[in-house]
Design a protein around this ligand. Structure first.
Ligand code: UT7
Length: 319
């Protein structure tokens, strides 16, 4: 017998305000065009949190939706891990505010910071707690108010990001230890701090990115980690039912899908509507495809992400 972490439900939250490319350009007088943004990234719109709406508010809403989806009471949980780059405050962890909001009076909660790879990192940490028996049920959240890191005058970043949150509920399950098990089959994390400066918050707190360099590394690192994930499960690309990637650029998403030989219909893309929501992008995409009926029980899902640090990673999950 092998303990596995099974995804028992998922949920998401998007702020009410939606800004099309044209509306964003007009609101902030950005020297860009809707045509450029869509052609280079696939983005057509993004959700932007209200002034007084916090990362913990969005995370709480996504977590509640995931709890409802899983039909499990908060009293059953012993762990919350929140991946975010935009915590409510420098300390304490935003996760403990979510813990209080949800009425969870036991267990433990903490944040994970791996920028756009944050959800894959957080899911990996939760999986390890569960497989070691230190937690039985966990809520794993990716939530970002990334708009507050944007310098609207910097068109190389301001048109790319959006706000939102997604969450999954994970629980221990006794499997056989082979790839026919339900749950998280493997996780793969990497970082390379030599590239710290290529995608970072500057001294004023604004997001700065060397886009082309990040793009180049993303394509290579994602291809490598996807190969690693498949090899470790002795899986062929055709065994993947759904690629649910981090949503940074449609061209990167297409590149990974093509490398795997997956038709576009088996790649979940939400970038057009959500833009890049950093740590929230994968759970937002997962919740979208699970709730519209695309992702079904028993299917194999491959998650992959790359972000500042650089950090990158992948997970193979049987839904
Ligand atoms: O989520 C974490 C990981 N992030 C990523 O993986 C993002 C990776 N990078 C990218 O997705 C792309 O590099 C970007 C979308 C950021 C940029 O696209 P690109 O095709 O690499 O554009 P570029 O930086 O090579 O710029 C091409 C041209 C330049 O003009 P010239 O020099 O050719 O005249 C830029 O000045 O586009 C110009 N440009 C813009 N034009 C209109 C740059 N940003 C804009 C803009 N609107 N917003």
């Amino acid at each position: 017998m092998t303990t596995r972490s099974v995804i028992l439900g998922c949920g998401s939250y998007l702020p009410a305000q939606v800004l099309s490319n044209d509306a964003l350009i007009a609101a902030h007088k950005i020297d860009s065009s809707s045509e450029w943004i869509e052609r280079r990234t696939g983005i057509t719109q993004r959700h932007i949190a209200a002034e007084n709406e916090t990362t913990s508010d969005m995370a709480t809403n996504a977590a509640r939706a995931a709890l409802t989806d899983a039909k499990i009471d908060i009293a059953d949980f012993d762990l919350i891990i929140l991946a975010t780059t935009t915590p409510d405050h420098t300390f304490p962890a935003t996760a403990v505010r979510v813990q209080a909001n949800l009425g969870m009076e036991r267990g433990f909660a903490f944040d994970v910071q791996a920028v756009c790879s944050g959800f894959v990192y957080a899911l990996t940490v939760a999986d390890n707690f569960i497989r070691l028996g230190q937690a039985k049920k966990a809520i794993v959240i990716g939530a970002e108010k990334f708009s507050r890191l944007l310098d609207w005058n910097d068109r190389t970043t301001s048109v790319l990001f959006g706000d939102g949150a997604g969450a999954v509920v994970v629980g221990a399950y006794e499997g056989t230890g082979d790839k026919s098990d339900r749950g998280i089959l493997s996780t793969h994390l990497h970082s390379d701090g030599r590239h710290y400066g290529l995608l970072q918050a500057d001294d004023a707190g604004f997001a700065r990115m060397e886009g082309q360099e990040v793009f180049r590394h993303a394509v290579k690192n994602l291809a490598d980690v996807v190969d690693e994930a498949l090899a470790s499960n002795n899986m062929k690309p055709e065994e993947i039912d759904w690629l649910v990637p981090h949503q940074a650029n449609q061209r990167i998403i297409d590149g990974t899908g093509k490398k795997l030989g997956l038709p576009a219909e088996r790649v979940v893309s939400t970038i057009a509507k959500h833009a890049n929501t950093s740590a929230a992008s994968i759970p937002l995409a997962l919740a979208t495809a699970a709730h519209d009926g695309r992702i079904k029980r028993g299917q194999i899902i491959l998650l992959d992400a790359m972000g500042g640090g650089f950090t990158w990673g992948a997970a193979v999950v049987r839904w």
